[in-house]
Design a binder for this molecule. Structure first.
Ligand code: CA
Length: 222
């Protein structure tokens, strides 16, 4: 899962980034509204955590612009206790939820899980299920009928992307955008290496799914 944090309090933004990365999210961080909007417009995020009071462009304006451009990424607004009107305004503008500062990390994590949960795909917040093939976030492993195998961080992130978009061809470009980011110098053959590791691991646990190659395009989980 890929998240965008837009928060101008650098210490808070960086602390959140660390916590979310430790929870296996892929995180981009912006410290002002204009940067936040630029990033948000790419549409690659699974959730945007957006502060309201921001330099450059405030959070409500960022949100309004995103929704005008038909970007439907779930948005969690961060508000100060005094900004009740902004809260209402934010929800009216198309925010999906809000959290009042200061907040505890566990609550933020729970809100993000709720906003990124896709219908029918999650058994609980730490396990994803695709026709009985389980992906366990806490242990970074894939499990088929009691057999499990550990995944590296990148393998986990690719597997998560595949399992949340089953039977869809995921272009290699999109995998790079999601996992390494736009400006990375990762090449297609790096992804091929990770996919081959994943295929081996899936066969080790005899999982009846395969990562199919759509020649010249990308991969799909079947
Ligand atoms: Ca702020």
């Amino acid at each position: 899962m890929k998240l965008l944090i837009v928060e101008d309090e650098v210490q808070l933004a960086d602390a959140l980034t660390e916590i979310l990365k430790r929870n296996k999210y892929i995180v981009d961080t912006c410290y002002d509204g204009i940067d936040g909007l630029d990033n948000g417009l790419t549409g690659v995020y699974d959730c945007i955590i957006l502060d309201i009071m921001l330099p450059g462009m405030n959070g409500i304006e960022v949100l309004r612009n995103l929704r005008q451009e038909k970007i439907s990424t779930p948005v969690l607004l961060l508000t100060a206790r005094s900004e009740i009107e902004d809260k209402i305004n934010g929800l009216d503008t198309g925010a999906d939820d809000y959290l009042t500062k200061p907040f505890v990390t566990d609550e933020l994590l729970a809100r993000i899980r709720a906003l990124t949960r896709r219908k029918g795909e999650f058994i609980d917040e730490s396990r994803m299920d695709y026709n009985g093939l389980l992906l366990n976030k806490n242990t970074s492993s894939v499990i088929w009928q009691g057999n499990d195998v550990k995944l590296s961080l990148k393998e986990y992130q690719i597997m998560e992307l595949l399992i949340t978009n089953p039977r869809q061809i995921l272009p290699k470009e999109r995998i790079i955008e999601k996992i390494w980011g736009y400006e990375s110098d990762v090449e297609y053959n790096n992804i091929e290496v990770y996919i081959s590791f994943l295929r081996k691991k899936l066969s080790v646990i005899s999982a009846p799914v395969q990562i199919r190659t759509a020649r010249g395009v990308g991969y799909s989980l079947e």
